[in-house]
Design a protein around this ligand. Structure first.
Ligand SMILES: Cc1cc2nc3c(=O)[nH]c(=O)nc-3n(C[C@H](O)[C@H](O)[C@H](O)COP(=O)(O)O)c2cc1C
Ligand code: SF4
Ligand code: SF4
Length: 436
């Protein structure tokens, strides 16, 4: 059995699956039940400063996008940080940590961007015995209008400044949670590192409007006929999150900076992909909100089984393994040639591959043979784009087959070249460096 115990910046947990700061981690009742279900750790729902707790809307606060089978693909919320009293939360954190010493509890914090506010809350959190803090520089709605959340996360200088304040005023490890609502994620990550943060976590939610009610023309979720943008998460954001994690993992200025990966993680496979791209552990919100806490059991078993099958003994055998394979486009091998191939035994003759290749690709799939429906790739036309693979309703019915070295590419009339050659040296590149 693989060893999936996790040590993230010195914070230990029995597995790498933490619940992200959100409603699932809002109170002791939830967190205790999450730990019973098997979650390795939690980032407690974001705490605000002392004083009257803030208030949420009393109407609907969620929006969603569904696939044709009604499975939730994207999730949107206009919820704020915790609306419970700071001291109630602190008492509960202390008690839960006492009850579950082997699980990780990180406190998420968002207070005004003033040193005094951070100095005031840090000792209170430290006193609970929490394992670390996560600075919420990510929420794109509500709090950002008050100068917090993504309003801080969009300004690298502020990130650096607040991270520095926190490192100077607490012994707890500091994780900076980044907003994806920014053009280049490397700049806030670099700022977090320069400010002394022990790690970054990402992504928080993406600014979004999920739908508009066409009867009253109000964005959803509608509060008395008006809507405001919310934060988008769930499976739909996973590709964006993976790319951002990879960008930080391969940036020489942040290489080695520990990353807690978040965004659309629903299965063990999603988690393994984040780990492979450099995340030291993962956090989950939407999947727990949609399927309940027990979904972690599939994640734990699935990751264990896969690691056993592949011979990965510990998480360190997986973490970062895909980072060296993330490349800029210009370094991709232009001598690598593939052709689509249709498995006639699996094909149900729906014709979708023909339509898409005919209308929007390279007219490389037949639709008829001897007066009968028949779908076959015409190698002389196929450019290997794989659009047909992505629309075929039958899994593995169409595969992409690489040409062997020396094999004739019937489209170009050239033999497949086994040597690696990229755009920087291609004769068509006007700015290539001339060969000596
Ligand atoms: C209803 C809701 C409330 C959230 N509240 C917080 C919060 O208080 N603090 C925070 O850092 N992130 C908050 N998030 C963001 C999540 O922690 C997480 O970063 C995001 O949802 C992406 O992960 P997912 O795709 O697994 O949901 C919230 C998300 C949702 C859906
Ligand atoms: S890979 Fe692209 S070009 Fe080739 S058959 Fe499929 S859709 Fe057409
Ligand atoms: S899309 Fe797939 S199943 Fe449909 S005709 Fe093409 S190969 Fe066959």
């Amino acid at each position: 059995m693989a060893d999936i115990r996790n040590n993230f910046i010195g914070i230990k947990s029995p597995n790498p699956f933490w619940l992200a700061s959100a409603p699932p981690t809002d109170k002791a009742y939830n967190v205790e039940r999450a730990f019973e279900a098997g979650w390795g750790g939690v980032v407690w729902k974001t705490l605000g400063e002392e004083g009257p707790p803030l208030v949420n809307v009393n109407g609907p606060r969620y929006g969603a996008i569904w696939g044709a089978d009604r499975r939730l693909l994207g999730f949107n919320n206009i919820e704020l940080i915790t609306d419970r009293d700071l001291h109630v939360n602190l008492r509960e954190i202390k008690q839960v940590k006492k009850n579950w010493p082997d699980r990780a509890i990180v406190a998420s914090i968002m207070v005004p961007c003033e040193e005094a506010a951070w100095k005031a809350i840090l000792p209170l959190v430290e006193e609970t015995g929490a394992d670390g803090i996560e600075l919420n520089f990510g929420c794109p709605h509500g709090m950002s209008e008050r100068g917090m959340g993504s309003a801080v996360g969009q300004v690298p200088e502020y990130i650096e400044m607040v991270a520095r304040w926190c490192k100077a005023n607490t012994r707890m490890p500091v994780i900076v949670k980044l907003t994806p609502n920014i053009t280049d994620i490397r700049f806030p990550a670099r700022a977090a590192k320069v400010g002394g943060a022990d790690a970054v976590s990402l992504i928080n939610t993406i600014s979004s409007i999920t739908s508009v009610n066409l009867d009253n023309f109000s964005p959803e979720p509608s509060i008395d006929g008006k809507g405001s943008h919310g934060g988008y998460c769930g499976p739909a954001v996973k590709p964006i999150a993976l790319n951002m994690v990879a960008e930080i993992g391969r940036d020489p200025e942040t290489a080695g900076l520990p990353i807690s990966g978040i965004g659309g993680i629903t299965t063990w496979r999603d988690a393994a992909e984040f780990l492979a791209l450099g995340a030291g552990n993962v956090q989950v919100c939407t999947a727990a909100m949609v399927y309940g806490f027990k979904i972690v059991q599939e994640m734990i078993d699935g990751l264990n089984n896969w690691m056993d099958e592949q011979g990965h003994a510990t998480l360190d055998d997986v973490i970062g393994r895909a980072v060296p394979n993330v490349s800029d486009w210009q370094f991709l091998n232009l001598n690598y040639v593939t052709k689509a191939k249709i498995n006639q035994d699996l094909c149900i003759s729906c014709g979708r591959c023909h339509i898409v290749c005919e209308d929007t690709s390279h007219q490389a799939i037949t639709q008829e043979l001897d007066g009968k429906r028949h779908f076959e790739v015409i190698d002389e036309e196929c450019v290997g784009c794989n659009l047909c693979v992505n629309v075929c309703p039958v899994e593995n019915c169409i595969t992409m087959e690489p040409l062997a070295a020396g094999e004739l590419d019937k489209r170009t009339g050239e033999k497949a070249n086994p040597d690696y050659a990229n755009w920087t040296e291609h004769p068509n590149n006007p700015s290539r460096v001339a060969a000596e």
